[in-house]
Design a protein around this ligand. Structure first.
Ligand SMILES: O=C(O)CCC(=O)C(=O)O
Length: 209
């Protein structure tokens, strides 16, 4: 960890720790925070840490478990772009996944190649040291680390039967099907999904190229 912090402090780097479960990997750190009283039931099995260096980017995605997330930024400054679920049609969502096309730099998107993004209505926020962001269930988020950051996400799982069914479908059906197709078809499967992401998005956004 010490060596990793030295790397983060020495300049821009893509090296990130993503979704590091404190309960499983470093339970002694649980003593360092308390679950806040925000009127929600937290899922205490999954307090997850996110660490990254200056310039690191997290691809636009929403969380597969459809949790309501509370993202606490303990160190550094990060920029977050958020889109509500009703903007999905403009976001070049890759089929059988919960991410936008990775090739798109949501920080400075190429609107000639990806014009639907100009129609998407979202929010942008800069999280400073000590600030927290509520990311509602199913909301898309893209993150750029402006400086090295260390943040903790606490989650509250969905309770409505409709959402629970969607989570089970995401975790059991879609994820396994996608993994199988990657194994069987390799790069051809990825290329097919990216072509379909563009076709679907342009069709649903009313764009003709
Ligand atoms: O800040 C990060 O690195 C990612 C945060 C994230 O995706 C989340 O909290 O769900």
């Amino acid at each position: 960890m010490g060596e990793y912090i030295d790397i983060l402090e020495s300049g821009p780097t893509d090296l990130r720790m993503f979704f590091f479960n404190l309960l499983q990997n470093c339970p002694e750190l649980l003593k360092d925070f308390k679950y806040p009283n925000l009127g929600v039931k937290f899922f205490k099995k999954l307090p997850v840490l996110f660490v990254g260096g200056e310039g690191a980017k997290v691809v636009m995605h929403y969380d597969m478990d459809l949790a309501n997330n509370f993202h606490f930024n303990f160190a550094g400054r990060k920029r977050v772009i958020l889109y509500p679920p009703d903007q999905t049609k403009h976001l070049y969502k890759v089929p059988y996944s919960i991410v936008s096309m990775e090739i798109i730099d949501m920080d400075k998107p190429d609107l000639v190649k990806y014009p639907a993004l100009a129609k998407a209505k979202g929010y942008e926020v800069v999280l400073e040291h000590g600030e927290a962001l509520y990311i509602p269930s199913h909301w898309w988020h893209f993150i750029k680390y402006e400086t090295p950051c260390l943040s903790l996400t606490l989650r509250s799982l969905p309770t409505s039967p409709k959402k629970i069914l969607e989570v089970l479908n995401n975790l059991i059906v879609i994820r396994n099907y996608d993994n199988l197709m990657r194994k069987v078809k390799g790069q051809a499967w990825i290329d097919y999904k990216n072509r379909k992401a563009i076709r679907n998005t342009h069709k649903n956004s009313g764009i003709e190229l």
